[in-house]
Design a protein around this ligand. Structure first.
Ligand SMILES: *[C@@H]1O[C@H](CO)[C@@H](O)[C@H](O)[C@H]1NC(C)=O
Ligand SMILES: *[C@@H]1O[C@H](CO)[C@@H](O)[C@H](O)[C@H]1NC(C)=O
Length: 359
């Protein structure tokens, strides 16, 4: 009788030790689905195949964006093992347009649909493309199908009407590689909240002016240089951002704040539909979202409410999430490139329309 009892006791002791560990691990996870992300990611590495259509020479104007995260993404894709030269093995098809000009895109698509059978199969649903400003409303049939069916990748934030939630993706702005340090276990906080940059909207200015008067708030009117911005983020509890859909700014460095252990507070007057990696990350576990209606008081209350263990959990989860915002010149697991590829992989199940004579 004594032996089974001993086993039970051991098991109980083991559980007592393991459960808190396990809980700590899952409660500070930044993922929407921690149990499916890793297996899905591994499967993607093994199986995902992309066919890139040959691209005509780029317009010189398109080379201006050569150093952006989008261009680096392109370079990573073209060097990656995900590319296949056999389109019949491909899950998705990549369209790299010679320019952003709608007429030139339409001409390119017309050639693709007459030379290859793949566009007509799905009317573009298993195709993806990059666009700097996002595709607007067009009347050309090819462009309509592209906008309605194909997966668009554009920088965050995307202008209103130029992003289709659940279909399109956004790329976060490029993150500085300086931020490769582990997040400190105890965070020195010199500032309670930090905002960096010129408020270009009359809506947010009065809120910032009010916050600026609070002693341990640092509200800059001009963007500081990237290195000192990172340094200040690392000694701030909260980093404030203003999401302005009508004046999209490409320097919303939310990824930098996450890496520096500064919990992002995103102030916005409208719902945010285009958050980067929203199929992977549970954003409400790593950032605060505050509306404009309650003014500076509400922004401050939201931060005040997030304290103690809740704050620490968000900060640690955010630090873990920051790996997805880094884009390195060499491929690195879980970096920005691989996370975008993973989101494309999640979208690979598309409906194939069969033509009646193929049935
Ligand atoms: C695809 O469909 C269009 C008309 O909708 C047709 O002109 C084109 O030839 C088709 N492409 C192929 C490869 O059959
Ligand atoms: C937030 O907390 C600070 C310090 O505890 C306090 O002085 C302030 O009144 C609080 N503000 C709000 C809006 O709750």
């Amino acid at each position: 009788m004594a032996v089974p009892f001993l086993h039970l006791l051991l098991l109980l002791l083991l559980l007592l030790f393991l459960v808190p560990l396990f809980l700590a691990e899952t409660t500070s996870s930044p993922y929407l689905s921690p149990s499916t992300f890793l297996p899905g990611y591994q499967k993607m590495l093994k199986s995902f195949k992309i066919f890139a259509y040959p691209t005509p020479p780029k317009d010189p104007a398109a080379l201006v964006e050569a150093s952006s995260s989008a261009a680096l993404f392109d370079a990573s894709l073209l060097r990656s093992p995900f590319l296949t030269s056999d389109p019949h093995r491909a899950h998705l098809f990549y369209l790299s347009f010679p320019s952003e000009e709608p007429r030139s895109i339409a001409r390119f698509l017309r050639a693709i649909r007459s030379q290859y059978p793949f566009w007509n199969r799905t009317l573009g649903a298993d195709h993806f493309f990059r666009s700097i400003d996002g595709l607007g409303i067009e009347s050309d049939r090819n462009l309509v199908e592209l906008k309605k069916n194909s997966i668009q990748i554009s920088p965050f934030p995307t202008a209103p009407g130029r992003f289709v939630p659940h279909k399109d993706l956004t790329l976060p702005s490029l993150m500085f590689q300086l931020a490769d340090l582990p997040i400190p276990s105890a965070k020195p906080s010199k500032f309670f909240a930090f905002y960096d940059g010129a408020p270009r909207s009359p809506v947010i200015s009065p809120i910032l002016d009010e916050l600026r008067r609070i002693p341990d708030f640092l509200i800059n009117s001009w963007p500081s240089n990237p290195v000192s911005r990172l340094g200040t983020m690392s000694v701030s509890r909260f980093c404030l951002f203003y999401y302005d859909r009508d004046r999209p700014r490409r320097d919303l460095a939310i990824g930098d704040a996450l890496a520096m252990g500064c919990v992002p507070v995103v102030i916005s007057g409208c719902p945010i539909l285009d958050l980067p990696f929203s199929d992977v990350l549970r954003w409400t576990d790593i950032a605060l979202f505050v509306g404009l209606h309650g003014g500076a008081g509400e922004v401050r209350r939201a931060m005040n409410r997030t304290c103690g263990e809740t704050y620490e959990r968000m900060r640690v989860a955010g630090g873990k999430a920051s790996i997805h915002f880094k884009l390195s010149t060499g491929p690195r697991p879980f970096d920005l490139f691989h996370t975008v590829i993973y989101q494309l992989w999640l979208r690979r199940h598309t409906i194939r329309y069969r033509r009646y004579n193929e049935l």
